[in-house]
Design a protein around this ligand. Sequence first.
Ligand code: BF8
Ligand code: SF4
Length: 643
Amino acid sequence: MDPKERSIDKAAQEVIAHMAEAGQENIWDRLDKQLPQCGFGRQGICCRICTMGPCRVSKKAPLGVCGADADTIVARNFLRAVAAGTSAHSDHGRTVAELFLAAAKGRAKDYRIKDGEKLHRLAEELGVETKDKSDNDIAVEVGEIALAEFGKSQGTQLMARRAPAPRQEIWKKHNVVPRAIDREVVEALHRSTMGVDQDYKSLLTHASRTALADGWGGSMLATDLQDILFGTPSPGKGEVNLGVLEADEVNIIVHGHDPLMSEIIVEAASDPELIANAKAVGAKGINVAGICCTANELLVRHGVPVAGNFLCQELAIATGAVEMMAVDVQCVMQGLGKIAACYHTKLFTTAPQAKIPEVEHVPFEEENALEIAKKLVSAAIDNYKNRGDINIPSEKESGIMGFTNESIKYMLGGKFRASYRPLNDNIMNGKIRGIAAIVGCSNPKVPMDSTHIALAKELIKRDVLVLTTGCATIACAKRAMLDPKEALKLAGPGLREVCETVGMPPILACGSCVDNSRLLVAASEIVAEGGLGEDLCDLPLSGAFLESITEKATAIGQYFVASGVLVIFAEELFPYLGSENVKNYLLGGVEKDFGGRWALESDPVKAAQIMIQHIENKRDALGINDAAERKLYSMEDRQALEV
Ligand code: BF8
Ligand code: SF4
């Protein structure tokens, strides 16, 4: 296949072509070999949870051996995906909470509390007395409360109190206020095992509760505790794409999601002794770059360059210029081992939960993090001499990244009057029509990055402010869409005027996938600021995950839906359409319960139209689309949006 059909990015195309010439297999080749993929799996109508199966339902055999119908099987599969996604974000969150506590107690000597201000804010929110206490003492109490959120025997998620009051009432009414995260996941697996919950609506309602435990629990805790421990990001310049690899330096890639180890690898790489060692082997220095969400985490806090998103992981190694790759958890392809073996790259797994056969495992230890990191960096330096031919594409772009709820407010209102007021006012006066979240992955079934870019362009052109996270952010950065000057050229007049006035780009890069929790908090504060309704579902707001891959994306989608947001997935990447009842509920009925719903559209321009139509409907309902404004957004424009 022509590399251009695999990626719209020149750097990726170059390395894909190089791999083809060298006869090396990558993710796209493996996808080709899997085709055609199972039609039952694509619709979510296969079940293999007991040994009377596996069962796959069809017109000829509409029931599994136990009598389960398509509704039950699809709903169970959906719930299990949400539970797995919730587990991923939350196991990450728990690891952070444990390190946070160890750092506060002085056990993790290489870490210290970096954002005392945020620590005090969170302590106050959690009811921790701060008067006359040291930061570390406060952090111990905060850490213990945070850790309990994962497994407490009673009560509900404390962070969910950040949602607007009417939202919390809706959750209470439907009995989905999330309890301990572990409990929701265990109950999800219990309900969806053979012979338990066999009512699709009941299964899907628990999917909402489990997903809420992710968004307003595990993910939100991960984000807040990481900010306090590693520093709250502030907007800064970063470089993205394979061109960030250096021809004459020792290149180290950190990849995965959990920044515990990679934070310290970055520190170790700036150790003068190790830099001297690198020079002694003929390199000019040590260059650390990231892939996937670990990259997002490090870029927004330390300006560490990003080599690429999910689909770039094998390509980075195939440049021949990577001395060492350290991977932690999630979105790490097993195929890395095979491609690393074709080059000199040393691959290490560092998370106790994640090993790969024949890949050296050096597990993270909170007491000895720096020592372990130095060992890994030294392995990279020693490996420099083994480098063969290299093939680093020249492409790289820079952009501004690292927006948070806090920094957006400061940007809009200034340090001493930080406020969403200017944003709310500009949404109300129509210069900004609304807000869109572009999040998620890069899927080999879609030409890499293409839909994120087309969607972002379409939205900002129509005066919609875009917030991005995860691999979508990296996609935007690769196309210079996070360069304020470049992106402003593409923005509509209203959005451009506001962005220029406050010095803000039209696409705000907000970090990793757990940082989608930042969007929930920001949306809640926008509601609290006033003028745009009483609840999250009143806001002119929508989200899209057009290149989704993982179960995490399903969990994120469902927590946005249960928080009142319209969420769009590509139809072919949504494997839950084999039951009419489940489909009708997720695409429609759920809106009556929670005010949000799923929508399916693969075409980014049509997806933008759906999002904008939704935003305009919300504006109509809020009564902020007055006659004067309709001149800005003519009837003709609106008719063009009807879908
Ligand atoms: O958590 S966007 S491919 S890297 S799952 Fe994975 Fe998807 Fe990328 Fe980050 Ni999120
Ligand atoms: Fe088949 Fe029912 Fe067992 Fe699923 S639970 S594999 S549908 S018998």
